[in-house]
Design a protein around this ligand. Structure first.
Ligand SMILES: [Zn+2]
Length: 322
């Protein structure tokens, strides 16, 4: 394992805005809080999960391994206080990724696992015993009814992953939608490690088309608001506008002339110049607004992905040879 060398310290990053932080964690390293009525959320300060307590059993939404055994502690703590069963009867996967579902195996036995049909296909493909594939699947919509509560699951196309779903709690004024918006923080590398850039960019509009006040977004230590989604959308819109400007204004010819026969060196010179030009004003604008905006690699790599998507998905990729 590689670690930072003693005395190296971290680069001198901007302070994390206070607005990016959530509630303090307990001694076990988690926080569990009420979202509304019998809907609760759990965080370890980085990852988020949720559960619904009902007279017929607990419904768990995602099981991040970083929270792990603390999910059981959080459920036990709340159900004991409420005087309802602590048996987890249902587990809903938001998407197939291990960092949000890798503690699913802790809830075995008579549990019904629910997810998108693509989640099932990907989990069978990836064959990880920590994430048993859902037995109950759906293509577009699924209404989950447990103990008098209703949850609406919906798939509106690929975004972060091909299978990432919207989990709406109409009677709790809440939406859960993971790994697109990080409450108060910038997306990490490559549009938050997302697969479909156009789908990722359009997803916040879909999220905002639902009625809700509380947003469980998967990261980091607090819930998100509609304002958080708007700030995220503006950040992405700024990256897109800046990328268009840079693509139009950086002349590729000198990079290819300088690279000579090594055409790939010309590609690198040109695209690096476009990325740096596009990302710099966005980093400057959001430093102090969104936490970690000054970690340049995050905005660089996100800008690179969006700039490539503008060329390859939206087109044109370049001039047509006469
Ligand atoms: Zn993910």
């Amino acid at each position: 394992m590689t670690s930072p060398a003693a005395g190296d310290g971290l680069p001198d990053y901007a302070p994390v805005p206070r607005s990016a932080f959530g509630p303090a964690l307990n001694e076990q390293g988690y926080y569990v809080g009420r979202v509304e009525r019998n809907l609760y959320w759990v965080t370890d300060g980085v990852y988020q999960s949720a559960f619904l307590t009902t007279p017929d059993g607990v419904v768990l939404f995602d099981a991040p391994p970083s929270i792990g055994g603390n999910l059981r502690r959080a459920v036990d703590e709340i159900t004991a206080a409420e005087g309802v069963t602590n048996t987890v009867t249902h587990l809903v996967y938001s998407h197939h990724h291990a960092d949000h579902g890798g503690a699913a195996f802790l809830f075995d036995g008579d549990v019904t696992r629910i997810g998108h049909e693509e989640t099932r296909r990907l989990l069978l493909r990836d064959n990880d015993s920590a994430r048993p594939a859902p037995e109950v699947t759906f293509a577009d919509r699924y209404t989950l009814e447990v103990g008098g509560e209703r949850v609406e699951l919906a798939w509106h196309g690929p975004n972060h992953t091909p299978d990432n779903i919207y989990i709406h709690f109409p009677d709790h004024d809440t939406l859960m939608f993971i790994d697109v918006v990080n409450a108060g923080w910038v997306p990490i590398y490559n549009v938050n490690l997302s697969e479909d850039v156009i789908g990722y960019m359009g997803a916040p509009d879909v999220a905002l088309s639902y009625p809700w006040t509380h947003f469980i977004c998967g990261h980091l230590g607090r819930l998100a608001t509609r304002d958080d989604v708007a700030v995220h959308q503006q950040y992405i819109a700024d990256v897109e506008a800046s990328s268009r400007e840079a693509l139009a204004s950086v002349d590729p010819v000198p990079f290819y002339v300088a690279a000579g026969a090594n055409v790939w060196a010309g590609v690198k010179g040109h695209l690096d110049a476009v990325t740096e030009r596009a990302a710099a004003p966005v980093i400057a604008k959001y430093t102090g607004v969104l936490a970690a905006a000054d970690i340049a690699e995050f905005t660089y790599t996100t800008t690179f992905q969006i700039m490539q998507s503008l060329r390859l998905d939206r087109g044109p990729s370049g001039p047509v040879h006469p």
